[in-house]
Design a binder for this molecule. Sequence first.
Ligand code: CTP
Length: 403
Amino acid sequence: MHMLAGRKILLIIGGGIAAYKSLDLIRRLRERGASVVPVLTKGGAEFVTPLSVAALAGGKLYRDLFDLGDEAEMGHIQLSRAADLIVVAPATADLMSKMANGQANDLATTLLLATDKRVLIAPAMNVRMWEHAATKRNAKKLKQDGILFVGPDKGDMACGEYGPGRMAEPLAIVAAVEDALLNGPLKSRHILVTSGPTHEPIDPVRYIANRSSGAQGSAIANALAALGAKVTFVTGPARAKMPTGCTIVPVETADEMLAAVHDALPADAAVFAAAVADWKVTSASDKKIKKTKSAKLPILEFAENSDILRTISNMGKDRPQLVVGFAAETDDVLENATAKRKRKGCDWIVANDVSPETGIMGGVENDVTLITSDAAENWPRMSKDAVAHRLAEKIADTLGQDK
Ligand code: CTP
């Protein structure tokens, strides 16, 4: 029943009589575990009230591009990308025309132009309008642009005519949403993601850790799952919210992480976003070290942890087809990360500068360079969610080519 658990849908309600069905659509999507962020166009608000939309969605309703309060809270770019899928229901002839031509003169069309997510539209209009050459042209263009369609259905219309143009029923739209989200380009792919810090015990109550929040790893797992991948998420004790729709394997130490990674294989791709502790304490005590017991201060002895990324990159038979590592650097980022890619034997390295002044470690943004065997792509500074989506798309493209 909760097929859409954790999925975020941005629902744009256009101005057509079918807008009343979108109220039911919100309920049906939420029943399946999705969260719905509604955007009501001016025309849409002529057919359904903002109050009923907001009440059914159980959250904030967005209406106007120039509502400064909303811009401060969440810019339109971010709003257009925070969702896993954008649904336009009803999609009027006018909205379709604007989309086909790349217009952005209100909130809905701006979001549609700014998004990096897939868009599913449920057209609804009079039969003549649907069959008009202009609408046909627009529909063709939209399909070429990768826009997904559900409906329209044939039947009696509110205007008294009969034919194709009726908006698809809410349950048919839900089925199309499920199909778009669960049958994405990474469908039937298994991808392993490591994330978070590891804790290396000193004694039963103390440990050595690092500042990783796990935010980038969680975002990557979410983005891969949104493209339909089956994700195994092996995570150390992280502060970030766990991803949804993934198999979560919690671990504590680097040794446990390595074992969990081996257990999770085979996988088509593996993304090693964890900040694994380089050393473990070999002198760890099974009892709490008491300060009174000895006059001397404790001395910790360390051994190197196994390098999980390197082990998997060089494993031969069961090696995932694509292995992606991260390089957290504070100096000579590009040079160090390029050398790290070779040393570890992975296919790609996502390099980032974690110097304290960048605010990246523990922050919401990231500034990365993707290093592959033949190029170093510098991505503009963007949210960790956006980095995750771009990386997931790139992984989908690469695995897709090799299938
Ligand atoms: N990594 C790993 N296992 C380890 C250490 C690191 O899998 N024991 C992975 C990380 O998940 C990351 C990559 O290796 O994908 C690079 O981590 P980083 O800490 O930048 O590199 P180190 O190997 O620790 O190298 P250095 O200390 O020289 O920076």
